[in-house]
Design a protein around this ligand. Structure first.
Ligand SMILES: [Ca+2]
Length: 437
């Protein structure tokens, strides 16, 4: 009898310790990716901005993992979105720049790509994109043709937040492939439709890509007059205090983030939902990329180092993380979470950061990572970064010089030559792929 008692005790203790070490996690967690547009590293209270109130994103940063060295693959909108959805360098997809409303109306992200939305369909996920697509205007490129069950939002780089006309005065607000004359402020509509999607699919595994427009121009708050009406002769009123409006736009997005986090609690699915928040590139001139140099469209840190957070109730641990990660790493991370074994021929350049989500602080694999945009390119390896502008190179040690002020190109020949060869090799490889933008 005593023997049996001891056996039961041992079994219970063993089971409890195994449980404590490895939280019971669904093999198919819901996945929500919230992407802000042109939000800079220094544009949130939790990343050091004292002039803005972002209490909900601050909670995400406090309760979840706050990434300090997270980078977008692109320094402008379309390329980063191509990377997020394909797990590739944007250059490998042919989306090398902005797919503009004016000149690129007949190109888009190739339909031969296997988007994460398409992959998740294989695992019975319900998939939704609410907000900005920016990977093709023609309806043949519509998200609903590329793995999304639901698309509610716009396809251009930005729309008027009230009238939903794009920069070229094309109407741009869609439900699937049909234009939708819905009234409302874009950021609020994105939140409402996201909440409706969560409510509808709370019992299924779901993948929801919430692609906010905020705080991208045009700078408009809930009360602002239209900047575009579809009539090219329309003259918008000049904005009085665009920085104030810019901050309000971020605060309204933050309210939406709070409502979505609350909905996960209300539906009791927070413990089964991974929430990722990030930006698609650095802030433009109006925003803050502090303490980093440069801005959107530049390969200095301010163009691509962005705020990024991950929260998964009961799984992620409140922490700050210094791993060098990129947008393209999200795809293999999702594959890792759901047990998808990518075929070796897929040859994706990203790495899974599932271990970081699970609280394992082991160092991620060292690797060079790259950016290129127009005449600029850069490679980062460890703390070293080589920047190429035109035919000139600059070398920075980010550990000692986070603001890229002290060019060491003449002081460290060996390092510079190694990184030049690395960068040029990658650029030559990427040149073989036809451009789409
Ligand atoms: Ca952007």
């Amino acid at each position: 009898m005593i023997k049996l008692y001891l056996y039961v005790c041992c079994f219970v203790l063993f089971s409890w310790s195994a449980y404590a070490q490895s939280p019971a996690v669904s093999e198919r967690p819901n996945i929500i990716i919230m992407m802000a547009d042109d939000l800079g590293y220094g544009d949130l209270a939790c990343y050091g901005n004292a002039n803005i109130k972002t209490p909900n994103l601050d909670i995400l940063a406090q309760k979840g993992i706050k990434f300090l060295d997270f980078h977008t693959n692109g320094v402008v909108c379309s390329p980063t979105r191509a990377s997020l959805l394909t797990g590739k360098y944007p250059q490998s997809t042919g989306v090398t720049g902005v797919i503009t409303a004016k000149d690129h109306r007949d190109v888009g992200l190739g339909k031969e790509e296997i988007l994460i939305s398409e992959l998740l369909k294989k695992y019975d996920y319900r998939t939704g994109l609410v907000g900005k697509w920016h990977l093709g205007y023609d309806t043949t490129y519509s998200p609903v043709n590329q793995g999304f069950d639901v698309f509610k939002g716009f396809v251009s780089g930005n729309v008027d937040y009230h009238t939903h006309y794009d920069q070229e005065n094309y109407f741009d607000w869609w439900l699937g492939k049909k234009p939708d004359q819905e009234k409302g402020y874009t950021t609020d509509l994105i939140t409402e439709h996201s909440l409706a999607f969560i409510e509808k699919h709370k019992k299924n595994p779901f993948f929801l890509y919430i692609a906010h427009e905020a705080p991208h121009a045009p700078y408009q708050n809930r009360e602002s007059k239209p900047t575009r009406t579809g009539d090219k002769s329309y003259q918008p009123q000049p904005l009085e205090d665009s920085l104030k409006v810019y901050h309000q736009m971020i605060e309204i997005m933050d309210e939406g983030v709070g409502r979505i986090l609350q909905a996960l609690e209300d539906h009791q699915i927070a413990e089964n939902t991974l929430v990722l928040f990030l930006s698609d590139n650095g802030a433009s001139k109006i925003g803050s990329n502090l303490p980093y140099r440069g801005q959107k469209s530049q390969v200095y840190e301010g163009g691509h180092r962005v705020p990024a957070m991950a929260y998964w109730k009961g799984v992620t641990k409140a922490s700050e993380n210094n791993a060098l990660l990129m947008t393209m790493d999200i795809y293999p991370t999702i594959c890792d979470l759901i047990g998808e074994k990518l075929s070796p021929s897929t040859d994706l350049p990203g790495i899974s950061f599932k271990d970081i989500l699970y609280g394992n602080t082991a160092k991620v694999k060292d690797r060079p990572v790259y950016w290129s945009f127009g005449r600029q390119a850069a490679v980062r390896e460890g703390n070293w970064k080589l920047v190429k502008i035109g035919q000139k190179y600059q070398l920075y040690n980010l550990k000692e010089d986070i603001s890229e002020k002290n060019d060491l190109i003449l002081k460290n020949n060996e390092r510079a030559n190694h990184l030049k060869a690395t960068l040029e090799g990658w650029l030559a490889q990427m040149k073989t792929i036809p451009k789409k933008s």
